[in-house]
Design a protein around this ligand. Structure first.
Ligand code: FES
Ligand SMILES: [Fe+2]
Length: 387
């Protein structure tokens, strides 16, 4: 299907009223041209979650992430400022840093040893001519924002700030005090699916009773999950919890947070911050993912769990609890992986057709409308040219 026909199908799908809504047209998951457009119109311009602020606590703490087509290094500078900048050397485009860790006072390119300060300024370049001025050479900087303890990067220097479009979410989450939650563990994986299939899967509670019947469903039943109307920047639902039980631990849960109402203790908000972060927040922990497409049928899934500061036991029990939480969330992901990869395969089939959505999938309808808005809006450069 040509890209223009595909975009027409996306617009038609987004224009359906909620009570007549349908699943995503399958070529949206399989088209290479569609993925390139997503990179241009979404991932080059939107806020992407790159971790938690407490992962960049000390000067020199860094992580390299690929956002759209760009390698980006996120780091804590010696002046305490959290920065995001290009990880591509200004000499001949070698990658500067790899993975994550803590570096000293400077970044040295592994190719010809050009050296940069942690604010991106070039300070060393051996064997260059006198007419080369290091002062003119700086790693391109990207926008960074912290929200609820998560760190987000935007490649677009003119991007609107993130927080205003998530204000209703911040209000809903305020008593949980998510900013104070500490990173418990981080996982970096590639899943065999399209990024949108995984986003939609995380964000709909309709499949819990079927796919997670022995894990999530006894604690957070589909029946008690309610989609709330989202906003231009997010979709949202809440899960009602059967009091006192938890699927993550072997023992009964005790609420660590005296600021929460009884209703809040027994409910778990799940939000999707467009385009590609999904999070579940409870009194004790978060469980979240940030997605980045690698291919049409491969997605980088950066996920983890953070805990309320008083939610974990101390001493020897601590490690046992960490292992228990890891095992629980890996088990849930292992229930979702075969589903999301089957959908990605089937999307290429001649007979693949989108069906009607349930009211418990209103979040998918909202996400589809977001995609249509982003992908069919005139690009900023095109509208500039038209002025
Ligand atoms: S590419 Fe980095 S120093 Fe040459
Ligand atoms: Fe699931």
């Amino acid at each position: 299907m040509p890209l223009s026909d595909l975009l027409d199908a996306v617009s038609a799908n987004a224009a359906l009223p909620e009570d007549m809504s349908e699943a995503t047209p399958p070529q949206v998951y399989t088209s290479q041209a569609f993925l390139e457009l997503e990179r241009d119109a979404i991932f080059n311009r939107e806020w992407i979650c790159v971790g938690r602020a407490d992962e960049f606590e000390s000067p020199g703490d860094y992580r390299v992430m690929t956002i759209s087509r760009d390698e980006v290094v996120i780091l804590r500078d010696h002046d305490g400022v959290l920065r995001a900048m290009s990880n591509i050397c200004r000499h001949r485009m070698m990658s500067l840093l790899e993975g994550e860790g803590t570096i000293g006072g400077k970044i040295t390119c592994p190719y010809h040893a050009w050296t940069y300060r942690l604010d991106g300024q070039l300070i060393g370049a051996a064997h260059m001519r006198d007419n080369f001025d290091k002062q003119d050479c700086h790693l391109p900087q990207f926008a960074v924002e912290e929200w609820q303890g998560w760190v987000y990067v935007n490649l677009d220097a003119n991007a609107e700030p993130l927080a205003p479009r998530l204000t209703p979410l911040a209000e809903l989450l305020s008593n949980y005090d998510v900013t104070s939650y500490r990173t418990l563990f981080r996982v970096d994986e590639i899943w065999d699916t399209n990024w949108k299939i995984l986003f939609q899967n995380f964000m709909e509670p309709y499949h819990l009773f079927a796919v997670h019947s022995k894990t999530v469903e006894p604690v957070l039943p589909t029946q008690h999950a309610h989609v709330l109307t989202g906003g231009p920047g997010y979709c949202l639902y809440t899960q009602g919890r059967n009091p006192g039980v938890a699927f993550e631990y072997s023992e009964a849960m005790t609420n660590p947070n005296p600021n929460l109402s009884e209703d809040e203790v027994n409910s778990v908000p799940l939000f999707g911050a467009f385009p590609a972060q999904m999070a579940s927040v409870s009194a004790e922990r978060t469980f979240w993912m940030s997605l980045m497409p690698v291919e049409t049928d491969k997605v980088r899934v950066f996920w983890g769990v953070d805990v309320h500061p008083d939610a974990m036991p101390s001493g020897a029990e601590f490690e046992a609890r960490v292992e228990e939480l890891k095992a629980s969330f890996h088990a849930i992901n292992d229930e979702d992986k075969p589903i999301t990869s089957a959908i990605a395969r089937n999307a290429a089939a001649l007979s693949a057709q989108p069906g009607r959505l349930s009211p418990k999938e209103q979040t998918i309808w909202e996400f589809q409308r977001y995609l249509a808005r982003m992908l069919t809006a005139p690009s900023p450069s095109a509208s500039k040219a038209a002025e």
